[in-house]
Design a protein around this ligand. Structure first.
Ligand SMILES: [Zn+2]
Length: 467
């Protein structure tokens, strides 16, 4: 982390500073992926405050920020545009006094559908005996976008975890591809990539990865990435966000220029666990408004608590279980969360294996062993032979029911018509939960430059059609 701290400092050239351009060049940029959950919003907010302060003191910035938000449908696009608009409103970025700051914080919206190439998408299949292989998608139903992808994998309520897992993996891969692509060119190079995960979110991720069988990837994930909020609980991040919005709303109460917290967040509502409503209005000079504002915050608290009890428990994903567990213990046993993260930070890559360059075709985790071989060793893959007429009849009934439900589409290793894929244990298990045991995946050969040039909506473009 220490080498990165230089990126955020304003440095003045002096006789002792020989390579000032190396870390404080005018094009020093950082990339901040933002999903508009409370954690990534808070990270963004801290960065904007830091830049604001820096400009007030030095009349210059040490770095510029690119805020990258990945979306896959129009509904999300519309919501994210509203989120970005409200961030700009919250920080008065469109005000003429903040022109330099606005120019220094760029928002980009990236359509992840463009990473699906209908000319070269691939299908990853799993055989009955856990052998995985890749073949070209030659069917009439090529994967054109994420909706096709979800439909082709035939996700349903029972494998909601697998769906969430694959979509999250896709998002992370796309963000990393964007980052790496930009870094291939000196003029677009980023100095670092900052993830907005809170400590609670990291603990969710660590436990979920262990449950999914990707424990060996934790060391590289946690130690190889920068998480500036890794010492902050989700409840603290939520409290920060609610307080910030409440202070803004109190200040602008007279002119009706409110920001609804739902228009600043996406897919997550901050929980006011640590909020004492009476503390929020300290800055309000107009005493007459206090009761009204307190009422609004109390109403918000009440609504939120009532909603939190109504979670659908039938199809919860592994991540949701992990989140719920940490939500429940954050109040009284928060040390468990920090212990999980601290322990993960001490992990190293498996040492009893040679270093490998082979990565999982789906999640890009380095492979330290052969999970297919291991699965063969611990499982029985062939049924016991049919001995009686009754067993034969029962087998025929089962076989016809499987064919009828289209659940018997897998092939044996000998019939696998493609090249070997290499999947990690977690991805094999996840793929095994899908009815057809196959999934189409984004192609490595898709030209990222085309995507970056054609499909990123820049600041000006999205402002044209925002409400
Ligand atoms: Zn994998």
């Amino acid at each position: 982390m220490t080498e990165f701290s230089q990126v955020f400092k304003v440095v003045y050239p002096d006789k002792n500073c020989i390579n000032v351009d190396d870390f404080n060049a005018p094009n020093t940029k950082i990339l901040v992926p933002c999903s508009f959950g409370s954690s990534s919003f808070t990270l963004l907010s801290i960065i904007i405050d830091h830049l604001k302060e820096q400009f007030q003191q030095h009349k210059k910035f040490a770095y510029s920020v690119e805020v990258l938000t990945v979306y896959y449908n129009n509904e999300q696009l519309k919501h994210f545009k509203k989120n970005i608009s409200n961030v700009k409103k919250l920080y008065s970025l469109n005000h003429s006094d903040n022109k330099e700051l606005k120019d220094n914080v760029q928002f980009k919206l990236l359509n992840m559908n463009e990473y699906f190439d209908d000319n070269s998408d691939i299908i990853i299949r799993l055989t009955d005996d856990y052998h995985d292989y890749i073949c070209q998608n030659n069917s009439d139903h090529r994967t054109k976008d994420l909706s096709h992808f979800l439909a082709s994998a035939d996700f349903n309520g029972k494998n909601a975890s697998s769906k969430e897992d694959f979509v999250n993996i896709l998002k992370t891969i796309i963000i990393k591809r964007y980052y790496n692509k930009a870094n291939a060119n000196a003029s677009t190079r980023f100095q670092c990539l900052l993830w907005g995960h809170s400590m609670t979110r990291l603990a969710d991720q660590i436990i979920s990865q262990i449950v999914k069988g990707r424990g060996s990837s934790i060391a590289t994930e946690i130690n190889g990435n920068l998480f500036p909020l890794r010492d902050v609980f989700l409840s603290e991040v939520d409290a920060y966000m609610i307080t910030l919005v409440s202070l803004y709303n109190n200040k602008h109460f007279g002119n009706g220029d409110f920001i609804d917290i739902d228009d600043l967040c996406f897919g997550y509502k901050p929980k006011p666990v640590l909020i004492n409503p009476t503390c929020i209005n300290n800055n309000n000079e107009d005493d007459d408004d206090d009761d009204v504002n307190n009422e609004n915050i109390l109403k918000y608290t009440k609504e939120d608590n009532s909603k939190s009890g109504a979670v659908n428990t039938s199809f919860k994903t592994i991540n949701q279980y992990a989140r719920e567990y940490f939500d429940n213990i954050e109040d009284g046993y928060s040390n468990v969360i920090s212990t999980v993260v601290r322990t993960a930070l001490k992990l190293d890559t498996p040492s009893n294996n040679t270093v490998t360059d082979i990565k999982c075709t789906i999640c890009q985790t380095p492979l330290y062993s052969d999970p297919t071989k291991w699965l063969h060793e611990i499982t029985v893959n062939s049924p016991s032979p049919i001995a009686t007429e009754e067993e034969k009849q029962l087998y025929d009934i089962w076989l016809s029911s499987q064919q009828k439900n289209n659940h018997f589409n897998t092939v044996s290793t000998n019939d696998a018509p493609g090249i070997d894929s290499r999947l990690c244990y977690g991805c094999i298990v996840t793929l095994n939960t899908l009815p057809h045991k196959e999934i189409s995946w984004i192609s490595e050969s898709k030209n990222d430059t085309d995507i970056l040039n054609e499909y990123i909506l820049t600041d000006e473009e999205w402002e044209d059609d925002s409400e």
